[in-house]
Every structure is written in C-alpha cells, then in structure tokens.
Design a protein around this ligand. Structure first.
Ligand code: NI
Length: 163
C-alpha cells in the first residue's frame, strides 16, 4: 500500500470524465487499497480515483471512520429532499463553501468483485456520495458553491468534512 499524491484544483485531470471499470486487475486492487490509505491519511471522508490522477470510476467513502465503502461505477438512481451546508474537498485544500445537495440518495454501484450493490445515504453520506460521483465526471463542488468560497479557519479545521 502507498499514499498517493492528491491532485489539486487547476490540475486538468480533475476536469476529465473517468472511464468505467470493466475488470478488477491487480493494479486496480492496489489502487483501491491506496485510495483508502490516502483518504484516511488526509482525514478525508471520501476520495475519487481522479483525485489521485487515475481516470477510473472508483470511489471510496468513510463518513464515520468505521464504515469503509467502495463504489465501482457508481450512479445515483434516486435523490430526495434537500440539505444546505458547508462542503470541502481534499483537492481544494483550505477552502470551504455552501452547497445544496439532496438529503437522501440511493446509489447503484459494483463491489470489489464487480457484483451489483445498492447504497442508501442520508445527510453527510448523501452529500459525500453526490460529491464523489461528480468527481468521476470531472466536476468539483466549487462549481456549485452558493456565495463565495471561504478560507477554512485553523480552529475550525476539523468541522469541515473533506471529500
Ligand atoms: Ni472532493
């Protein structure tokens, strides 16, 4: 396992559309392990493969530190309700902004064996699912920020969940 370099806003790889995963190769397995390690090391709650420079439709999420979720080829099938709150991203360090997201989503995806799975998420998990899936299509949350992007104050550093 290895910590990978997190790409930051301005890096063109973050604006590209990722490709569907059709086969789990040893390289993909290694990428998945590295993505979890990189996310935990950065204290993030989610990470998408393009954030480490790999244009594949792979997302890892853990909103509690105890619920690692791997989503391959994820897509939102249902979204309901609304939540408005601060969002942040490991690829946009030191910044936060207000984004409105669905409060509940159902996501269809595949697991590490390319078997179909369905994940339901509310609140922070719903936000993280939406945020990460957008990374796979080359979009960053900064495009959706209401008002302006703000600097994260050091004392508030752990209040923002970076995904
Ligand atoms: Ni992000």
């Amino acid at each position: 396992m290895a910590i990978r370099t997190i790409r930051e806003i301005g890096d063109p790889v973050l604006n590209k559309v990722s490709k569907e995963v059709k086969e789990i190769t040893p390289r993909i397995q290694e990428l998945i392990e590295d993505m979890f390690e990189t996310m935990y090391e950065a204290n993030g709650v989610g990470l998408a493969a393009p954030q480490v420079g790999i244009l594949k439709r792979i997302v890892v999420i853990d909103t509690t530190g105890e619920d690692p979720l791997l989503l391959i080829n994820p897509r939102i099938v249902t979204s309901e309700g609304e939540q408005t709150g601060n969002e942040a991203c490991l690829s946009v360090p030191g910044k936060t902004g207000v984004v409105t997201r669905p409060n509940h989503v159902v996501v269809a995806a595949q697991n590490e064996n390319l078997e179909s799975i369905e994940i339901e998420g509310d609140e922070l998990l719903a936000r993280a699912l939406c945020h990460e899936i957008e990374h796979l299509d080359g979009h960053l949350y900064v495009e959706r920020v209401e008002g302006s992007l703000k600097d994260v104050e050091m004392e508030d550093d752990d209040e923002e969940e970076e995904v």
